[in-house]
Ligand binder design. Structure first.
Ligand code: ATP
Ligand code: GLA
Ligand code: MG
Length: 523
């Protein structure tokens, strides 16, 4: 499947957003003209996402279920003619106070340098560009260096708000670089794969959910993303119901700076689940834990498949039914309970003894590329969360594929069943994975007390955003409750504008696209 070239904004946005988006796109084109004195050649676009269910299991290579949202990143691009020597990229943002203009050269080698220790918005462009360069090199033997570009960026995904502005930016950047270098047909899967690996260059050892959710979706669908045996995505239309599924997104406004906290939060969790895979394999005598696409080279999913193939005699665990897979996950929850008993976590020394590997070697292999700080590693709690969350994703997917409810009673039952899974996720994130925070817990409690069927944090957590499954007729009471009991209490001076940003009812949006301007001054 190729990234589409859109001809009109109604192919990209829901009907009620087209008018305001037309104004925004035209304003981007005129700003580009003011800054560069010419028109852009094309606009590349990639959206943010909200994760419905499946938190912190993408990097364990288990399936996840996000959807794209309307908010997105637009990059208006004018391509420089090919030149000898280094080519130049000029980057301007429609919010120059927040994101300062920057130029950089692409050297003759074609490799741009990214310094993950600096929190630079242009790193995200560079990482997309690096990914595209890799991909172009794999396709064209003689390709070395990208052409230069003038770019004006406009993002509406709140930055650092849990809706993955970063992946939207990286995907839009990689897509822009592919297009600028003459690729008209960009394969979605290839784009996602390079965006996943290249985003890690900015310093967070993330999984592949955000980039998948930014590129693959078609409008109106949730996305079931699988990472094994290879990356694939299924668009799942929401069931047609009398009272439709409504997802409400609420910001906690607790800044979750993943870069700053990575050594004790995100990157540490990646290390913990990787160590859990190694330890379980060792204790359960799995001889060959296969190298895989997990960010540190092995994963809980790799352990899972190897265990059932080697020890339980299943020929190919990728072909077992979803029901059998769920049973396997359930039995793994039992194994964690039995074989990883230490509630207080495991020290480096203890892990080194179990793994038969020196502490130095373990640190070098798993804790150096992305440094972490921890005395103890809570393998029990993290593995419990991962296996049980993987079960919840399968159950949610089953519900979406079941016959649509016909009566009011069936409708309510369906929403309750979906919501219960989301509530369980929140509990697991809070208690086992420890990536919630009091503010997110509070938003969830308030929403449930005003009629939400299911409420949970979404994205990485530790602040950021929450998502709520709310019956249509309760959306207003949930909103009011948050405003009175959360936003006005915590931020007494909050403006109407900010409140509008805080609470968004989101329809499932469409994935990345390119829009060619062909010399037009407006669309
Ligand atoms: P999460 O990963 O939790 O879903 P997020 O992706 O929004 O949330 P980060 O991964 O920390 O948060 O990425 C935010 C960074 O992305 C910003 O610091 C900035 O560098 C870059 N970014 C996001 N939006 C824009 C934008 N409109 N213009 C320029 N840079 C942006
Ligand atoms: C961040 C990462 C994703 C995923 C989520 C948690 O958004 O970028 O890869 O791990 O956190 O589910
Ligand atoms: Mg991000």
């Amino acid at each position: 499947m190729e990234v589409p070239t859109a001809k009109s904004l109604s192919e990209i946005y829901p009907e009620d957003a087209v008018e305001s988006q037309t104004r925004r796109w035209n304003s981007l084109i005129s700003k580009f003209r003011e800054d560069y004195g010419k028109l852009p050649d094309f606009i590349s676009r990639s959206p943010g996402r909200v994760n419905i269910i499946g938190e912190h299991i993408d990097y364990c290579l288990y399936e996840v279920l996000p959807m794209a949202i309307t908010a997105d990143v637009l990059l208006a691009v004018s391509v420089h003619p090919e030149e000898s020597g280094p080519s130049t990229v000029r980057l301007v943002n429609v919010h120059p106070q927040k994101f300062e203009s920057k130029n950089f050269d692409i050297p003759d080698t074609g490799d741009v340098h990214i310094d993950p220790s600096t929190l630079e918005w242009t790193n995200y462009f560079k990482s997309g560009l690096s990914g595209a360069t890799e991909l172009l090199r794999s396709k064209r033997k003689d390709f070395k260096q990208s052409v230069g570009m003038d770019i004006q960026a406009d993002g509406t995904v709140p930055s650092g708000g849990g809706l993955s502005s970063s992946a939207a930016f990286v995907c839009a950047s990689a897509l822009a670089a592919m297009k600028a270098n003459g690729v008209d047909k960009v394969d979605k899967k290839e784009l996602v794969e390079v965006a996943i690996t290249s985003e890690r260059a900015v310093g967070v050892n993330s999984g592949g959910m955000d980039q998948s959710a930014s590129v693959f979706p078609v409008q109106g669908s949730a996305l079931y993303v699988s990472f094994v045996p290879e990356l694939s995505a299924e668009n799942i239309a929401f069931p047609q119901m009398k009272s439709p599924l409504v997802f409400v997104i609420a910001q906690s406004f607790v800044a979750a700076d993943k870069h700053v906290t990575a050594p004790v939060c995100y990157n540490l969790r990646v290390v913990e689940v990787t160590l859990a895979a190694l330890v379980l394999a060792k204790i359960l005598r799995v001889k060959s834990l296969p190298p895989d696409a997990g960010p540190l080279g092995v994963s809980l999913r790799g352990f899972h498949d190897a265990y059932f193939q080697e020890i339980e005699g299943i020929k190919n665990n990728h072909t077992v039914s979803k029901a059998e897979f769920q049973d396997q996950l359930q039995s793994l929850v039992g194994k964690v309970d039995q074989y990883l008993p230490q509630e207080e976590g495991y020290t480096r020394q203890q892990l080194s003894e179990i793994l038969g590997m020196s502490v130095e070697e373990m640190e070098k292999k798993y804790m150096t590329k992305f440094p972490i700080r921890a005395e103890r590693f809570k393998l029990r709690q993290r593995a419990m969360h991962v296996f049980s969350e993987a079960i919840r994703v399968l159950r949610f997917n089953e519900l979406l594929h079941s016959d649509p409810p016909k009566t009011d009673a069936e409708n309510t039952e369906f929403l309750k069943a979906c919501g219960a899974l989301m509530n369980e996720t929140q509990e697991s994130c809070r208690e086992l994975f420890e990536n919630s925070c009091p503010e997110l817990d509070e938003l969830c409690e308030l929403a449930r007390s005003a009629g939400s069927y299911g409420s949970r944090l979404t994205g990485a957590g530790w602040g950021g955003c929450s998502v709520h499954l709310v019956p249509e007729d309760k959306v207003e009471s949930v909103r009011q409750k948050w405003i009175e009991r959360y936003y006005k209490q915590k931020f007494p001076d909050i403006t109407e504008e900010r409140l509008k940003e805080a609470i968004v009812v989101s329809k499932p949006g469409s994935g990345s696209c390119v829009f060619e301007l062909g010399g037009r001054e407006s669309i």
